[in-house]
Design a protein around this ligand. Structure first.
Ligand code: ACO
Length: 333
């Protein structure tokens, strides 16, 4: 029995915004605080610099500026917003959700608002949840934010992490469309990967006042870079190929691949593995580094002029959890 899609309501991205902090942390800055070099970092990661948020500001401040950018570029009315989903691993505080704080700072009274923590896969997870809300017909305008102030959790002296991460925020606006929008998403997780990439302290296992453990050490992001690298390439490649296959599409149908920006070598390896044509993969890692949940919306934001109406866009991400996935949508702006 074939399914009648003629009445299907898609969730389409109809506006995009972004914010990156002013302060730069270059490879030369890192040479001053640990045993590394500009040459090594560029060769092994593709990164030259990252942006660092001012100390007195927080994740919500970047998200607010990204949303204000969206409003000024696309003329949207924030009083139309029905729901705000914020993908972040670095909320302003454990409670309330950063989404609530953002809504308050923007004086949005109409929306329910909550956070999603899926690390670097957060934007993919939030996009699919937001799309599902729109597809029900009950919600017409949904904001999907990816924002992280990860520099707060990076030990500036640890060369296994300080070379990779930076701060930023990106946002997309979802609305119903009869013509097209989000087509599919394949999202997965495996919690046995938690030992390879984590920030241990600050939760219920290692609260900040636990006297019997060295909390300072556990407050920073730790990773086994090699293990993460290997899983990232395999998982993102598999997710991309599987989501294409189950939609009877091939990689040649894809106009743009927007991968999570963790390491240029991971981006290149995924591209090779799925055999996507040169020039179709978007990257901004060179000057932003890994901004966690913000990499994908920021990459879209920076390439708005290139992406044309009707283009097929594939997103893919991998992050702590492990969490990963791929999603497909038709660009409707
Ligand atoms: N500067 C200079 N030398 C270094 C540095 C550095 N920053 N780091 C390691 N080295 C040295 C090592 O000591 C080693 O030297 P040796 O050969 O003499 O023993 C050599 O360089 C190679 O070290 P590796 O650890 O094998 O370096 P690798 O090529 O794996 O690069 C990196 C390390 C960049 C961390 C890489 O493994 C990586 O990007 N992994 C993925 C990480 C990732 O994606 N994390 C985020 C996931 S998203 C989220 O959810 C947060």
């Amino acid at each position: 029995m074939s399914v009648d899609l003629s009445n299907k309501v898609f969730a389409a991205i109809t506006a995009v915004g972004g914010y990156i902090p002013q302060n730069k942390r270059t490879n030369f800055d890192l040479e001053q605080v640990c045993d590394t070099s500009d040459e090594w970092i560029i060769k092994r990661t593709g990164i030259k610099e990252r942006r660092i948020l001012e100390e007195e500001l927080a994740t919500s401040d970047m998200a607010v500026r990204a949303i204000q950018d969206l409003v000024s570029q696309f003329g949207k009315n924030l009083q139309d917003v029905d729901a705000i989903l914020v993908a972040t691993s670095t909320p302003d505080m454990p409670m309330p959700a950063t989404a609530n704080i953002i809504a308050d700072k923007l004086n949005i009274k109409t929306a329910w608002a909550f956070d999603i923590n899926a690390a670097c896969s957060g934007f993919l997870y939030a996009l699919d949840m937001g799309a599902s809300l729109v597809e029900t017909g009950r919600y017409k305008n949904v904001l999907i934010v990816g924002a992280d102030n990860i520099s707060t959790y990076v030990d500036i002296h640890d060369r296994s992490t300080n070379i990779l991460f930076g701060d930023g925020a990106g946002v997309v606006w979802l609305e119903p469309s009869k013509e097209g929008g989000v087509i599919d998403a394949l999202l997965q997780s495996n919690g046995s990967g938690r030992d390879f990439l984590n920030i241990e302290a600050g939760g219920s296992l290692y609260p900040l006042d636990r006297p019997d453990v060295d909390i300072t050490d556990k407050m920073y992001l730790k990773q086994d870079g090699k293990t993460v690298f290997k899983h990232a390439v395999q998982s993102m490649s598999d997710a991309c190929l599987n989501v294409l296959k189950r939609n009877n599409l091939t990689v040649d149908d894809v106009n743009w691949l927007v991968p999570h920006q963790a390491n240029q070598r991971i981006i290149d390896a995924v591209g090779r593995s799925i055999n996507i044509a040169e020039g179709k993969t978007l990257s901004n890692i060179e000057y932003l580094g890994n901004t966690i949940a913000a990499t994908i919306p920021l990459c879209i934001w920076e390439n708005l002029k290139q992406i044309k109406t009707g283009d097929l866009v594939m997103l893919t991400a991998f992050g702590a959890g492990f969490s990963w996935g791929a999603s497909l949508f038709r660009w409707m702006i």
